[in-house]
Ligand binder design. Structure first.
Ligand code: HEM
Length: 430
């Protein structure tokens, strides 16, 4: 599942794996085997049974080579992701309570402003890679802000994580990691000196009483867990919208909306496609397969969601305001994504903002030729080249260049600013 064949056609691989039944043997890194749950019912049974299934990877990781590329994603740390029971509840409460303190309209305002600042960087060029210039950067600018540092720090966070992300050698990865650690160290030190209305301060002052080290681990995990999937949700949904006329016509008041694209992605192409690493606490016969205590088992959200075929855009919605009906894109059970509502708001706002400003935006290459990044866990575009009629700064203050900090108060768009139909939202960009 780590090679180019899987990245090029994951659904073809899932279809072949289904001959094994609800669970299939897979290789997630060279020489590292796992069982992959493909069946929806089996996935739910696993995700809702924290007695049989543990998230603690410590015993398993000792069996994995030190230099295995899977280690960064799977090595135990004292955070919400790798803990069970009371420890897990304690960490998770800190994260959910703190995110709950950010009002949706405030979050939306942040995303609008930051989206505008990014669009301003490439708007005059008439073309952009919407992954590296937009979808990958926007969540980091947002995290920098909601975790409590001034916007002037955001470039440091972006370059540290880009170095980590694009590293070709262990040395480059180590340099990226060191830059990220130094950013987090400064963030924690600044908030220790002086609290603010931000996630870091709320993590620190939460009644759960986290130690300094625990606070840092939850910040790192939250940024790490939030960045990649939010990038992919924005990127995958944009790729669909910009390559399908049913969305394109939305820009002039037509059929499908950004929300339809997002639901389509959550259903058919989840941003995190396979994860929920679990280890049975005893030997167990699970949906017809004997699994040894401590063996790695992963859930394929993508395969489980599409077990009975894929849904067409506009039909995957179903119930529930948080991202559709029967799908596992946020996982399920005690470790399901605690931040799915804000994440949905962030992605929707990001897409609405972009398509509102660049109303004739389209792909520069055919959808079928887009390249997907290798890796067993994500469904991630390597790049998303797009073109559009350039927009230029205008004096009226209605373009992204002039977006005011209080962007919850919409400004009038002018003809020079071009957008009048915000795809699906019916609002002008503010
Ligand atoms: C602001 C953005 C986001 C933040 C801060 C965030 C944060 C988190 C955190 C802290 C966890 C661990 C929960 C636990 O172990 O109890 C988690 C889990 C998860 N999140 Fe999110 N998330 C974000 C966006 C997303 C998006 C866009 C998706 C995909 C649609 C997603 C999918 C998941 C999944 C599938 C899990 C379970 C992973 C596993 O257990 O292996 N998240 N998220």
């Amino acid at each position: 599942m780590y090679g180019p064949e899987f990245a090029a056609d994951p659904h073809g691989v899932y279809d072949r794996l289904r001959v094994y039944g609800p669970l299939a043997p897979v290789e997630v890194a060279p020489g590292v085997g796992a069982l992959l749950v493909l069946d929806y019912r089996a996935a739910l049974d696993l995700l809702h049974d924290p007695v049989t299934w543990s998230k603690d990877s410590r015993v398993w990781q000792d069996t994995i080579p030190e230099d295995s590329p899977i280690r960064p994603m799977m090595s135990w740390r004292p955070n919400v992701f790798f803990s069970d029971g009371e420890a897990h509840t304690r960490y998770r409460q800190v994260i959910t309570d703190s995110f709950d303190r950010i009002e949706p309209h405030v979050m939306r305002g942040h995303v609008q402003e930051l989206a505008d600042s990014l669009i301003a960087r490439f708007g005059a060029d008439g073309e952009a890679d919407l992954i590296s210039q937009y979808a990958r950067v926007l969540p980091l600018l947002l995290f920098n802000r909601v975790f409590g540092l001034p916007d002037s720090y955001s470039d440091r966070l972006v370059s540290a994580l880009s170095a980590l992300f694009e590293a070709n050698t262990p040395e480059e990865a180590a340099a990226g990691n060191a830059a990220f650690e130094s950013y987090i160290g400064e963030l924690a030190a600044a908030k220790k000196r002086e609290r603010g209305a931000d996630l870091t301060s709320w993590f620190m002052d939460h009644p759960a009483g986290l130690s300094d080290e625990e606070v840092i681990h939850q910040i790192v995990l939250t940024m790490g867990a939030g960045h990649e999937p939010t990038t992919n949700l924005i990127g995958n949904a944009l790729a669909r919208m910009l390559s399908d006329d049913r969305y394109y016509s939305t820009l002039s008041g037509g059929a499908l909306t950004p929300r339809d694209a997002i639901l389509d992605v959550l259903q058919n192409e989840p941003p995190i496609s396979n994860y929920s690493a679990h280890f049975p606490t005893r030997d167990v016969l699970f949906h017809g397969t004997w699994i040894r205590k401590g063996q790695l088992v992963l859930v394929s959200y993508a395969a489980a969601n599409t077990q009975h075929g894929r849904t067409a855009p506009g039909q995957g919605g179903g119930t529930g305001g948080s991202g559709g009906g029967a799908h596992l894109a946020w996982a399920a059970g005690p470790h399901s994504c605690p931040v799915h509502r804000p994440a949905l708001l962030i992605a929707t706002t990001a897409i609405e903002r972009l398509t509102a400003w660049l109303s004739d935006i389209e792909l520069r290459v055919a959808f079928d030729t887009l390249e997907w990044r290798n890796g067993p866990f994500h469904r991630a575009l390597a790049e998303l080249p797009a073109r559009f009629t350039p927009i230029v700064p205008d004096q009226a203050g209605a373009t992204p260049w002039k977006s005011s900090p209080s962007s919850s108060t919409p400004q009038a768009a002018t003809s020079t600013a071009r957008p009048t139909a915000s795809a699906g939202s019916g609002q002008r960009p503010g």
